[in-house]
Design a protein around this ligand. Structure first.
Ligand SMILES: Nc1ncnc2c1ncn2[C@@H]1O[C@H](COP(=O)(O)OP(=O)(O)O)[C@@H](O)[C@H]1O
Ligand SMILES: [Mg+2]
Length: 619
């Protein structure tokens, strides 16, 4: 970028990450380079010829009078082959490249490395539909590159471009800056490469938003069955420190049914990011041909830890969502995890404080809710721009860390008013080592109705099972007050069955240890059949007890000793109950067929056990 004198300003004041510069006619959100080390900053306020800049790198070496250089561009991200399996810092600089260049474990200030490798060559194959003379418009597929074994990268006409094809590159090896297509529009010829740039604060264009109707299978039973999220949904995971937010967002990145993952570690401690960097490359998934490949092949990590300058947190969130949108535009179902959005909100608070803006609740700026909402609004299932016709989606899962786990904090309330799914994590459950520590009484999902057609088509029994499970958990909650007052023994026999079933649902099904082979990921089929068996046992046990109860009442004991008590039933079915509590140990890698066989066999034995009782109850 050319820099004449009018493209330069002078540092006038520095306050933490905020710098004021004078004689700098920059525009709003323009990217600038501050000081002799040329650290990266973004203009966030204009006042006459002076501007306020938030800096994405440490400002301690700046002095009044240092130069401020304009770039003439907003904060943009480079989009093209090479993104997947990369690890970026908050402003999309590739960390591995920087390490090699700087020979240091630290990022030198002002380092200028492009996000995407300019030298690397990719095998580009033009789209079969391409012919010279054809009209192409924004979003049209012009070719493809096998970016990783898991991602076929679709090279697209960038937004805002159209024209007739004058020439296109034959299949072969090209770098991302080589021209692969030439279009003419109104007499002018424009070269198109495999790389596009996009300003991160602006959502990428689409044709229209669609209703999301496919579940995001997370592999966590409590989430998939009770509080499902759709592909293209928005989901908040609030919880105090140590309740399992990070474990949940990492589990989603590892196992969810997404085509690609953008994981943004935003302002959390460095060791968590180190864990991600260590774990992810070791995890594998199988290709259709049976080959095992690392999940990094569909993952992009943005590492922005708590010791990095706060302003970069916002940049990392926007960079992440923009990259997710880019892959969505190819027709993929993407998930973006942001851990944690509270750190971003805290950065907004710090910057706003330094700008001397009027603070609102807890010192957060008044525009906090609007900022969060406009971020979550970029999620969704959409009809993508261009040909061929296709849909894609971006699901956003944001961890929220309210201080002390208090859900009335402004960030949590603002988040909950925009998202469609809420997984509330509970300190008390976590301290009992009950994981995932999802509190079933406060969590909710607004996606259940949208998923009904999907359940109907794939698992028609599921809605009624889910209904029954929720009912049992609700009844348990109502009973818990009575139990606290009078103790368990004073309860009616039927109520004891409710408590037993609820405890089976919680301990033997919803509880799931992420660090085991059988429970790291639970296929939806297994989750559903486990609940089906528990619900079946519950119904039959209630029926058995209520029928003998009636006999006892009328005195027509018909040869039977007396009423059936829950204790008696439990002793009699010790073995069966044991098997119910061991369902979770079935290894999911045995495959759906065998899982179903196993769990169906247990169902048959439950039926048989009640049928064989001498008072012969037929289910
Ligand atoms: N699903 C889970 N299965 C087993 N252990 C878990 C699970 N979730 C959380 N934990 C335990 O809780 C600890 C804290 O979880 P973490 O996700 O780091 O909390 P947060 O991010 O909310 O501060 C983990 O190190 C792990 O030991
Ligand atoms: Mg965490």
């Amino acid at each position: 970028m050319v820099t004449s004198n009018k493209d330069r300003g002078v540092v006038q004041a520095v306050s933490g990450p905020v710098v004021v510069a004078r004689d700098c006619p920059a525009s709003m959100y323009e990217l600038v380079r501050v000081g002799h080390e040329r650290i990266v900053g973004e203009v966030i306020r204009l006042e006459g010829s002076s501007v306020t800049i938030q800096c994405y790198e440490a400002t301690d070496a700046l002095a009044v009078g240092d130069p401020v250089e304009r770039t003439g561009m907003p904060l943009t991200v480079e989009l093209g082959p090479g993104l997947m399996s990369s690890i970026f810092d908050g402003i999309s600089r590739p960390l591995e490249k920087i390490a090699v260049l700087s020979q240091s474990v630290f990022i030198p200030r002002g380092v200028d490395v492009p996000s995407l490798d300019r030298e690397r060559q990719w095998y580009f194959e033009p789209d079969p539909s391409l012919t010279v003379g054809r009209l192409v418009t924004a979003g049209d597929w012009i070719g493809s590159v096998q970016e990783t074994p898991l991602i076929l990268h679709r090279v697209m006409v960038p937004p805002g471009t159209m024209g007739t094809v004058k020439w296109f590159a034959p299949a072969g090896w090209y770098t991302i800056t080589d021209c692969v297509l030439e279009v003419t529009h109104q007499g002018a010829t424009k070269p198109i490469t495999m790389m596009q740039r996009w300003p991160v604060r602006q959502p990428r264009p689409i044709v229209e938003k669609l209703v999301a109707n496919t579940p995001l299978i997370t592999g966590q039973r409590v989430l998939d069955t009770l509080f499902p999220c759709v592909q293209g949904g928005t989901c908040a995971v609030p919880g105090a420190f140590g309740v399992g937010k990070t474990v949940i967002s990492q589990a989603l990145s590892k196992y969810s049914n997404s085509d690609g993952i953008v994981y943004v570690g935003c302002g959390e401690r460095g060791n968590e990011m180190a864990e991600v960097l260590r774990d992810f490359p070791e995890l594998t998934m199988s290709l259709p041909n049976g080959e095992q490949v690392s999940i990094m092949n569909r993952t992009l990590l943005v590492a922005n830890t708590s010791n990095m300058p706060v302003a970069a947190r916002e940049a990392s969130i926007y960079t992440g969502i923009t990259i997710a949108e880019y892959y969505r535009d190819m027709g993929y179902h993407m998930s973006m995890m942001a851990d944690s959005t509270s750190r971003w909100a805290e950065a907004l608070r710090e910057i706003s404080g330094r700008l001397a803006e009027m603070p609102a609740d807890s010192g957060f700026p008044a525009y906090l809710a609007a900022r969060l909402a406009s971020f979550y609004e970029r999620a969704g299932r959409v009809k993508c721009l261009g040909n061929p016709e296709r849909t894609g989606s971006v699901t956003v899962v944001g961890a929220v860390s309210p201080p002390g786990g208090d859900f009335s904090d402004p960030v949590t309330t603002a988040t909950l008013s925009t998202v469609s799914v809420f997984w509330g994590l509970d300190k008390r459950l976590a301290s009992r080592k009950f994981f995932p520590a999802v509190n079933t009484s406060i969590s909710w999902s607004k996606n259940v109705q949208a998923l009904e057609p999907w359940y109907e088509a794939n698992y028609p029994d599921f809605p009624s099972i889910r209904q029954m499970v929720r009912q049992i958990l609700q009844m348990e909650e109502d009973l818990s007050e009575i139990v606290a007052l009078v103790g368990r023994d004073a309860l009616a026999e039927g109520d004891k069955v409710i408590l037993a079933a609820a405890s089976m649902i919680r301990e033997d099904c919803l509880q799931q240890n992420s660090y085991t082979s059988y429970d790291a990921f639970c296929p939806f089929l297994k989750s559903m059949l486990m609940l089906r068996n528990i619900v079946l046992w519950y119904k039959l046990a209630q029926k058995a007890i209520s029928e003998t109860d009636r006999d006892g009442g009328t005195g027509t004991t018909s040869g039977l000793s007396s009423r059936l008590t829950f204790a008696a039933l439990r002793d009699e079915q010790m073995d069966l109950l044991n098997r119910l509590s061991r369902m979770k140990f079935l290894e999911p890698n045995m495959g759906e067929h065998e899982l179903r066989q196993n769990l169906d066999a247990l169902r048959d034995d439950i039926l048989k056990s009640f049928r064989d009782r001498d008072w012969a109850i037929v289910a």
